[in-house]
Ligand binder design. Structure first.
Ligand SMILES: Nc1ncnc2c1ncn2[C@@H]1O[C@H](COP(=O)(O)OP(=O)(O)OP(=O)(O)O)[C@@H](O)[C@H]1O
Ligand SMILES: [Mg+2]
Length: 383
């Protein structure tokens, strides 16, 4: 820890936002929101373009003045502190390295600016952390995009921030390098143990890296939770569609039995656990993920277990993508249902045009209020 930031060094790195909001004129970029990011966690702000992620991050950094609310870092109210007095550092999508300085000097920059003379040991251990030890004397343009990104991370971490803010830091990298850097960043975070707040519009990226994800939509946090919880129990159609892919089947609640809600979907009887239904409404969507559904040829339904949800339909499309085959099935009700089948053994009869029965464990269904738009979050999810 540095002598310049003694209070920051001992105060811990949890980030607490209370009623923090931002308006530009009569446009609300961020609705007043309350959020706590525990010390040492990897937190992702996930959402489509324009939903307010960067604005939220910039308010934590002190680069944007909130219209309302307070920012606490490690219990200290920093709302009125300028960026350089906050125990945070930010890594942006454009790494903004100094082109004329070599990698060593880029990383040493923060220490030198604070008047530190003996920087060698710290810089070397930072370069070690991001696995760039042998590149110390290169210039930024002599490194790949991923390597430059790691320099940017080292340059921020050398200041010993309590909180590292990352705004789409992997946005400029191609897909393969992105995936690699996701694991790398996660390793670095685990190693240094400080709080990371990571902004991304890539749901896979958020799920791979984060302990907790806040899904943002139009300036609001729509849902907050661990990746698996959000995936298994989305609370809105937006989250169901934005995080992975969901089949949402319009249905009416007709009764209940043994902890299950009994439903009718265009006359077809379905069930789902009452505990997994996010609404008391009678008009609901039954949600089921494509990989939870099993596909059987209509002539081979004898061994489908009792009590499973069943829908009849016709295959309209199938695409083989290696690990799985992705089917689109038109159900009796006329709705297109996505089904992902792992390629264990393929039934060659299940090709476009085949009559099929879709079946799944009712426990794998979730319920949402049908008053919401069924396609919320879909357009952006594909982007
Ligand atoms: N200085 C500004 N003046 C007016 N509106 C702004 C300003 N800065 C941002 N906004 C608006 O606030 C909203 C949120 O912007 P923000 O940059 O936080 O989005 P984002 O979620 O980071 O999007 P992206 O994924 O595209 O980076 C946007 O609609 C944007 O146009
Ligand atoms: Mg942004």
């Amino acid at each position: 820890m540095t002598e310049q930031q003694p209070e920051a060094a001992t105060a811990g790195g949890d980030v607490r936002l209370t009623g923090i909001g931002k308006t530009y004129g009569d446009f609300t970029a961020v609705q007043p929101l309350d959020l706590t990011v525990p010390q040492g966690s990897f937190f992702a702000l996930l959402g489509a373009s324009g939903c307010g992620k960067t604005t939220t991050l910039r308010m934590i950094a002190g680069l944007e003045e909130p219209t309302s609310g307070t920012v606490l870092i490690g219990g200290q109210d920093v709302t009125d502190l300028p960026p350089y007095k906050r125990p945070v550092n930010t890594v942006f999508q454009s790494y903004a390295l100094f082109p004329h300085l070599d990698i060593f000097e880029n990383v040493a920059f923060g220490l030198r600016r604070r008047g530190k003379k003996d920087v060698k040991k710290q810089v070397e251990s930072m370069l070690e952390l991001v696995e760039l030890g042998q590149y110390a004397r290169r210039k930024p343009h002599q490194l790949s995009g991923g390597q430059q990104q790691r320099v940017a991370v080292a340059r921020a971490l050398i200041n010993h921030p309590q909180v590292l803010l990352l705004d789409e830091p992997l946005g400029a990298l191609d897909l393969k390098l992105r995936r690699q850097m996701q694991l790398e960043l996660k390793r670095i975070q685990t190693e240094v143990g400080i709080t990371f707040v990571h902004v991304t519009h890539d749901q896979e990226e958020a799920m791979t890296m984060a302990d907790t994800i806040a899904v943002m939509n139009a300036g609001r946090v729509e849902q907050l939770g661990a990746p698996a919880d959000l995936y298994e129990n989305p609370g809105s159609t937006f989250v169901a569609n934005f995080l992975g892919q969901s089949n949402l089947i319009a249905a009416e609640v007709t009764g209940s039995a043994d902890g299950d809600l009994l439903l009718s979907a265009s006359g077809v009887r379905l069930a789902m656990p009452k505990a997994r239904c996010a609404t008391d409404a009678t008009k609901v969507y039954l949600g089921v993920r494509p990989e939870k559904i099993t596909l059987a040829h209509a002539s081979a339904t004898g061994d489908i277990a009792e009590g499973r949800n069943r829908l009849q339909g016709t295959v309209v499309d199938s695409s083989f993508i290696g690990v799985s085959t992705q089917y689109v099935v038109r159900s009796e009700g006329g709705q297109e249902i996505a089904v992902f089948e792992q390629n264990m053994d393929r039934d060659i009869r299940i090709a476009p045009g085949a009559p099929v029965v879709l079946h799944w464990n009712p426990a794998h269904s979730f319920g949402l209020d049908a008053a919401q738009a069924i396609d919320a979050g879909t357009g952006e999810a594909a982007a």
